[in-house]
Ligand binder design. Structure first.
Ligand code: ARG
Length: 477
């Protein structure tokens, strides 16, 4: 049986055109062929691969390894390959990865000269460079998406300043808050996520090209020239580290996972708030679905889908860390598994963020439901603070209000309905003006220290968040 018959029809036969054939007598085992392949995943790196190769060809020309004419012909050939790939990838190509495919197509354009391109270069520094190039542009895109999502949260907060809703701890009503305060509590984590992803970008902007397989380049290549050509911030200083350093990927996947977790918590709040039990918020039609069976259903799927992605982002981070753990020094083929993790997290974040924005843009509060949900017990802390203002130690006041709440619960009456003499019996410091505590507005207004729920504090917070969004720095500003 010929090797082609043994392989499935669509499975390429890369050993026929492998980049490393000379040392081998036997062909690649059919069971190894599909395991060895990475083209299905790394094909999307073709633009970066060509860009890196163009810079490399120019670098070889400047180093005198190629004549000026050879370098020009290689660059022109790579441009021709680029134009061909612009039309689409070849169908069922025989190549094992994108690097082999591009070198083969280059051969079709410039003939034997194509064989000079790989001088002094290895796929190890090549693929590390390609991935970083890819990430630099995608991290810029993610940064812009995060800024837009932050603006959407800010706009939502701005139209939520007047509404008071219950604030929760342990999913039990705790204290009243402005709805804007809730919205902003989801914005600050995103600002920090943006910062983290910016740090990942910085880590990615270190150039491995010119490090060869592991020991560096034997030709006088100007790596600073390559750095400038490819838009990196600095060059990797150790060739062995350069070909195996995937720290920036771990940082990206960590930033992405934490962002995913934050968005998941926002999604969870949206799902809860959109339920009949809360009914606080209406998720727009465009981001909800119905049921094929239950005609009445209107499901806040967007929140659930976003929540569901968090597991995937976390899984990608765990996969990468597990992949890296225990690798011996230098490049190891295990690293071929790194790409799909990075692609997946970035792709999925780019799906999730616009949906978050659209949902926020169309989400509507239900003030009637907010009013119905607010229980006077949310003001128990304010009552305790009332006594504190009259000189009662907080612990004593907490105890007294505990007795007030227990009494009202026993008698089935609202806190504001308990007569003054009953209050006095529970603590002598109560006076007529205690009933002014039962005002939602005065409760949120009382928390005027920075970071609190008073209008002035929330408006300050909005301005601070706006400045940070503008500077793109989540930790300063
Ligand atoms: N497909 C490989 C990867 O993704 C490219 C590098 C291959 N290097 C090698 N020495 N076989 O890592």
């Amino acid at each position: 049986m010929s090797r082609n018959e043994q392989n499935e029809a669509a499975t390429p036969d890369p050993s026929a055109k492998a980049l490393w054939g000379g040392r081998f007598e036997g062909a690649m085992d059919p069971a190894m062929v599909p395991l060895n392949l990475s083209l299905d995943v790394d094909a999307r790196l073709w633009r970066e691969d060509i860009r890196g190769s163009r810079a490399w060809a120019r670098g070889l020309g400047r180093a005198g390894v190629l004549t000026g004419d050879e370098a020009d012909r290689l660059v022109a050939g790579l441009e021709a390959v680029e134009a061909r790939l612009e039309e689409g990838l070849p169908v069922d190509p025989p190549d094992e990865d994108i690097h082999s495919l591009i070198e083969r197509l280059l051969g079709e354009e410039v003939g034997a000269l194509a064989g000079k391109l790989h001088t002094g270069r290895s796929r190890n520094d090549q693929v590390a460079t390609d991935m970083r190039l890819w990430a630099l542009s995608r991290l810029d895109l993610l940064d812009a998406e995060l800024a837009l999502t932050g603006e959407a949260l800010l706009a939502f907060a701005e139209r939520s300043v007047d509404l008071v809703i219950p604030g929760y701890t342990h999913l039990q009503q705790g204290q009243p808050v402005r709805a804007a305060h809730w919205a902003l509590s989801h914005l600050w984590p995103l600002l920090r996520d943006r910062d983290r992803l910016r740090l990942a970008r910085r880590a990615a902007a270190v150039l491995p090209l010119g490090c060869g397989a592991l020991a560096g380049c034997p030709f006088p290549i100007d790596r600073e020239f390559l750095r400038r050509e490819l838009g990196f911030d600095e060059i990797a200083r150790n060739s062995m580290d350069a070909v195996s350093d995937r720290d920036w990927m771990a940082e990206l996947l960590h930033g992405g996972a934490l962002l995913g977790v934050h968005l998941s918590r926002l999604g969870e709040d949206l799902v809860l708030f959109a339920s009949r039990e809360f009914g606080l918020l209406r998720v727009p039609d465009g981001f909800s679905t119905g049921s094929s069976l239950m005609p009445q259903k209107r499901n806040p799927d967007v929140g659930e889908l976003i929540r569901g992605k968090a597991g995937r982002f976390t899984g990608n981070l765990m996969s990468l860390l597990t992949l890296l753990k225990g690798l011996p020094t230098g490049y190891n083929r295990d690293l071929q598994e790194d790409k799909r993790l990075v692609f997946d997290t970035v792709d999925q974040l780019l799906l999730v963020l616009p949906a978050v924005r659209g949902t926020l843009a169309g989400a509507e509060w239900r003030p009637d439901r907010a009013a119905a949900l607010l229980s006077e017990e949310l003001l128990a802390t304010d009552l305790a603070d009332y006594l504190v203002r009259r000189g009662v130690p907080f612990r004593e006041s907490h105890e007294a209000i505990g007795r007030v709440v227990a009494t009202c619960e026993r008698e089935g009456c609202a806190l504001s309905a308990l007569p003054l003499d009953r209050y006095r019996a529970l603590h002598p410091a109560f006076d007529e003006d205690l009933y002014s505590v039962f005002e939602w507005e005065s409760s949120v207004e009382s928390r005027a220290a920075p970071g609190g729920t008073a209008r002035v504090a929330v408006l300050d917070q909005i301005e601070a968040a706006r400045r940070r969004l503008a500077t793109g720095d989540g930790r300063r500003g």
